[in-house]
Design a protein around this ligand. Structure first.
Ligand SMILES: [Zn+2]
Length: 104
């Protein structure tokens, strides 16, 4: 048996832009407009600026409000299916404060 083949022959100019949802405000945006957080295989929560790290990812807008909202509750934990330690949370807040809060 053969696998299914896509037969969309007519080439309309549709560019495929990967989109992701911000876990705080639920806006759908182009993946590269969001900041990826990743739960790495060794159990860390890291900010993945390259977008290529292995692990379960979650996305937030590069906006302080979204980080605040996302980090306050358990939304991020939920999205990453992981427990955030105090350290993790503080690290992320620090990042957001440095990168986003003062950045206007
Ligand atoms: Zn957002």
């Amino acid at each position: 048996m053969k696998g299914m083949k896509s037969t969309s022959g007519h080439s309309t100019q549709v560019k495929h832009i990967p989109q992701r949802t911000c876990l705080a405000c639920h806006q759908i945006k182009a993946k590269r407009e969001l900041i990826r957080l990743v739960h790495t295989p060794d159990g860390n929560i890291e900010i993945d600026t390259s977008g290529k790290k292995a692990g379960r990812g979650a996305y937030l807008c590069p906006v302080w409000e979204c980080w605040e909202a996302g980090l306050k509750g358990n939304r991020l934990e939920h999205a990453l299916r992981s427990r955030l330690t105090r350290e993790n949370r503080e690290q992320l807040i620090k990042y957001a404060e440095a990168q986003l809060k003062g950045a206007n």
